[in-house]
Design a protein around this ligand. Structure first.
Ligand SMILES: NC(=O)c1ccc[n+]([C@@H]2O[C@H](COP(=O)([O-])OP(=O)(O)OC[C@H]3O[C@@H](n4cnc5c(N)ncnc54)[C@H](O)[C@@H]3O)[C@@H](O)[C@H]2O)c1
Length: 360
């Protein structure tokens, strides 16, 4: 595994360091990025903390930082207002000042929560992301979206708050359960679908975790490079950034249908991408061989390519989709692998077509 660095211009500008073992260099890199910070508040979860926390903290302490570690129970249920209040209190009790920093060591749940806490405590302190799942490395740690869930829905409260540094250690992916790794692969395949045909073909030729891990630095780099280009263009999600939602509207319908338990986000997005490709073919936008190609790659990774769900869930997901305004919704379609094509159409037309396609 080799090392690579990418620079994101959004926010004040920051580096994404993709490097095996970089967690052991956290102290050195955080010191260089946040020279005025004395204290670092580390947020982690009950799975990641015991395995990677000691190394990460030791590296920070070696460079003279005072560190306080706060561990949340692993899982999406921790991404809630009650956890946020506890984290704010722990930060205040630690005596943080505005020049100190927060580090998120964990998956997307830890990253989203730490980001929201960092953006609000003392009206904002510096944030370092150290993502430990494939999904958080290729997606949530880059781009500055933070959030908590409410009982009324996912990610309903949040901020845009770019990190100052992202430390991405590919080696930590070795301890991920297979389903969590493969869930992240759905987002990886998405980047190929919307942006990079060569990358899609590269993935198609490597259908096992072992084969993918042999090229993991290249995979992380390629995904983060696409995400940073999109985020640099559209930091606050008002335009281009919507292309990252390929497969996500229908994915949300599938997640909803399974009460967020039956299907993980990645599994739901996988099936959502296939439905979106089929929809594109029906609309005459997508080349007819595209759904089969996407299905082939996803199936070889053990991801679902079809999920049945009540039409009411599809109606709800299309209705509340953030890409919808008034009577219209923007469907993220692809013309071909690597060529995204957003299409604004009447919501009623989209629903009628989906209802016909899904035989309802
Ligand atoms: N901010 C964004 O732009 C953005 C984008 C996509 C998703 N998200 C959010 O990300 C969250 C999902 O992220 P996730 O899939 O990383 O879930 P997660 O953070 O819940 O992690 C999944 C599981 O893997 C465990 N884990 C993490 N790293 C590990 C490691 N190295 N070894 C072993 N186990 C490990 C965790 O403890 C957890 O049990 C959702 O809340 C979603 O809304 C945010």
């Amino acid at each position: 595994m080799d090392a690579k660095t990418l620079h994101v211009d959004a926010g004040g500008g920051y580096d994404i360091v993709i490097e095996p073992g970089v967690l052991d260099r956290a102290g050195e890199l955080v010191k260089a990025t946040l020279p005025r910070a004395k204290k670092i508040f580390v947020l982690t979860d009950s799975n990641v903390g015991p395995v990677y926390g000691p190394r990460f903290v030791a590296s920070l302490e070696t460079r003279g930082f005072m560190v306080r570690t706060h561990v949340i129970p692993a899982g999406e249920t921790s991404k809630c207002a009650a956890s946020l209040v506890e984290i704010w209190s722990a930060m205040a009790a630690f005596g943080m000042t505005r020049t100190d920093g927060v580090a998120a060591l964990g998956g997307g749940v830890v990253g989203d929560l730490a980001g929201l806490a960092a953006s609000t405590i003392l009206r904002g302190v510096d944030l370092v992301q150290a993502p430990t799942t494939l999904l958080s490395q290729v997606d949530s740690s880059v781009g500055g979206k933070t959030a908590i869930d409410l009982p009324e829905g996912k990610n309903l409260v949040g901020t845009f708050y770019q990190p100052r540094l992202v430390l991405m250690d590919p080696e930590v992916l070795s301890t991920l359960p297979t389903d969590v790794f493969m869930s992240g692969m759905a987002e990886v395949v998405k980047y190929g679908c919307i942006w990079d045909r060569e990358f899609f073909d590269f993935l198609a030729a490597r259908p096992t975790r072992e084969a993918l891990m042999a090229y993991i630095t290249h995979i992380l780099y390629t995904c983060c490079d696409i995400k940073r280009k999109v985020v640099n263009e559209d930091e606050h999600d008002t335009g281009l950034r919507m292309i990252l939602n390929f497969g996500h509207t229908l994915g949300h319908a599938y997640e909803l249908a399974g009460d967020y338990v039956k299907w993980s986000h990645g599994q739901a997005v996988a099936a959502g991408m296939v439905t979106a490709a089929n929809l594109g073919v029906e609309l005459g936008v997508t080349a007819p061989d595209v759904p089969g190609k996407i299905k082939g790659v996803l199936a070889s990774l053990g991801l679902p390519t079809e999920i049945s769900c009540g039409f009411e869930h599809i109606e709800k997901a299309v209705g509340v989709d953030k890409k919808s305004s008034g009577d219209f919704v923007t469907l993220i379609l692809i013309e071909d692998i690597g060529k995204v094509k957003p299409l604004k159409i009447q919501k009623s037309d989209a629903l009628e077509l989906l209802s016909r396609m899904l035989g309802r």
